[in-house]
Ligand binder design. Structure first.
Ligand code: HEC
Length: 118
């Protein structure tokens, strides 16, 4: 029976897909980060990009920074955007991503940010 299952050409792609699924999910968060966040926050969350320096992003790899934010606060900020602490008359610092990313995608991005911690 085991032999039959594994040699069945229809079952093989399914097994392969199941084996690859976690890796594909991890790549998604990275891909979303690169597409939507990296320009300002940098590849490593340190914000050492031209746009990041202009926008004044904080170093997300900093332990004190990480400790200052709960996952819930991050979720709200990423969904609704960041406006507080603005210098030039209420200008948006970071736009809301709730129309672009699902809650699950945002949660995966928060895990990504947590992984930047030194
Ligand atoms: C246009 C530049 C820009 C882009 C793109 C951007 N951010 Fe931001 N982000 C900022 C700025 C500016 C701040 C405010 C300063 C700070 O906290 O670093 C900020 C703040 C944050 C914060 C802290 C929020 C808080 O409550 O203090 C998180 C978390 C965050 N960004 C995550 C993300 C994620 C995830 C993405 C991609 C989906 C993203 N950012 C895309 C500029 C950007």
């Amino acid at each position: 029976m085991k032999f039959l299952l594994f040699s069945n050409p229809l079952v093989k792609p399914l097994l392969l897909a199941a084996a690859l699924a976690p890796a594909a999910l991890a790549a998604d968060a990275k891909e979303n980060w690169n597409t939507h966040c990296m320009a300002c926050h940098g590849k490593d969350g340190k914000g050492q990009t031209k746009a990041g320096r202009m926008a004044g992003v904080k170093d997300q790899s900093d332990a004190a920074y990480q400790a200052s934010l709960t996952d819930e606060k991050m979720l709200t900020s990423i969904k609704e955007g960041v406006k507080e602490g603005v210098k030039e008359g209420g200008k948006e610092k970071m736009k809301p991503f709730k129309d672009k990313l699902s809650d699950d995608e945002i949660k995966a991005l928060i895990a990504q940010i947590r992984s930047f911690k030194k």
